[in-house]
Design a protein around this ligand. Structure first.
Ligand code: NAD
Length: 358
């Protein structure tokens, strides 16, 4: 066999074991800390809007970034019609690599990790933007991402009541079942709403995490009350939004984005002129901008998902494999050659020799 450099690999069974070991809530909390630390060193990162390949049914995207020491990219898709065919709307995988050599340090599934990192980012943003003390959240869209959002806001924000709504009642029933099965969420009150308007009534925080490839209007201005924090997760592609545009432009509303050049293409703010004033989250964590002016201000986290968050997630996974060595496995992704210039002889020459022997 050709000698190879074992590249750490995290598949679905590996992430399951890791999460069983560290706990989902604890993982999300630690990841939120890593993401915040990385946003604090925003200027060290190479930043670009993601590279998107659109089709009539969805999008496939590549999300790269580097801090000069390490490089990461994520492959991710978004296909809202997939669930009707028994497939996920969002799947992903990614790589962490060493900038010095270009060699991969980790190849990982990122489907589950994307849900974890999106929830971690949502809760982190809400910690900076939402009115303190609000304990009721509405979740509109009860699909694959929704449990992760619930766990993150319970753990990081002290949310103790959830009001749930989905146009598909089976999705809400699934969310209820999953949340009720978690011992650590025993103190969470769950209410199934009859409509979005019913769900957002008396909510301090509203998370919209629906999937529809169009300019949907999930929230209208009359549903938004002073002091609310809106965590708008589902609008993350050109032509795919969730908030009525007047919510964004109404005086007394602050819109916070991850990386403005990408959000202007993909976020809720794609509905607005290119000079519409927004705050980047990095400026909030560095203290250059405030997150919330007063108790009545409406804050909007216009989430689309930025490469830095996946970089943080991949680094955390890499770190966790070092902490839990017994869960570490590798794959033969890169050959190890005595003569690195003899790729052919070192790999294929051996195979041909083996075939001849067989
Ligand atoms: P999903 O298909 O599993 O769930 C979406 C749910 O939304 C479905 O249950 C659907 O019935 C419901 N829905 C659709 N229209 C609705 C409406 N008008 N009112 C109420 N419910 C409605 O998808 P998912 O994996 O949970 O992802 C949800 C969304 O989040 C997608 O649009 C995805 O692209 C986006 N997303 C964003 C980020 C980010 O970083 N911002 C990360 C991951 C996913």
């Amino acid at each position: 066999m050709v000698p190879f450099i074992g590249v750490p690999f995290i598949g679905i069974s590996d992430i399951q074991r890791l999460l069983q070991r560290v706990g989902i809530g604890a993982f999300i909390e630690r990841l939120a800390g890593e993401i915040e630390a990385d946003y604090r060193r925003w200027e060290q990162f190479e930043k670009s809007a993601r590279v998107a390949s659109h089709s009539t049914v969805g999008v496939i995207e590549l999300m790269p970034t580097s801090d000069g020491q390490q490089y990461a990219f994520k492959y991710v898709n978004g296909h809202p019609q997939n669930t009707a065919a028994g497939l996920l709307t969002v799947t992903a995988f990614g790589v962490l690599a060493d900038v010095q050599t270009g060699y991969p340090l980790l190849l990982s599934e990122l489907t589950i990790t994307t849900a974890l990192r999106t929830a971690a980012m949502s809760a982190l943003a809400a910690r900076w933007l939402a009115r303190p003390g609000g304990s009721t959240m509405a979740i509109i869209g009860n699909g694959a991402q929704s449990e992760f959002q619930a766990i993150a806001f319970h753990r990081l924000l002290g949310v103790r009541a959830l009001r749930l709504y989905d146009t598909d009642p089976a999705a809400t029933a699934k969310l209820l079942r999953n949340l009720r099965a978690m011992p650590e969420l025993r103190d969470l009150q769950l209410h199934v709403a009859t409509s979005t308007a019913d769900a957002v009534m008396c909510a301090h925080i509203v998370t919209t995490v629906t999937a529809d490839k169009r300019n949907a209007v999930i929230l209208t201005p009359s549903m938004v009350k002073p002091g609310m924090h809106l965590n708008a997760v589902g609008g993350d592609c050109p032509g795919k939004t969730e908030l009525h545009v007047d919510i964004l432009t109404r005086p007394g509303t602050r819109v916070v984005v991850e990386f403005a050049p990408q959000s202007r293409i993909e976020g809720e703010i794609q509905q607005l002129p290119a000079n519409f004033g927004v705050t980047e989250f990095a400026d909030v964590v560095s203290g250059q901008s405030i997150g919330r002016a007063d108790a009545d201000e409406v804050t909007v986290f216009d989430s689309v998902g930025f490469a830095l968050e996946d970089f943080s997630a991949l680094r955390l996974l890499h770190q966790l494999l070092q902490e839990h060595g017994d869960l570490r496995r590798t794959i033969d992704l890169v050959p190890e050659l005595t003569n690195p210039k003899d790729l052919f002889g070192g790999v294929l020459g051996t195979t041909q020799r083996l075939q001849r022997v067989a």
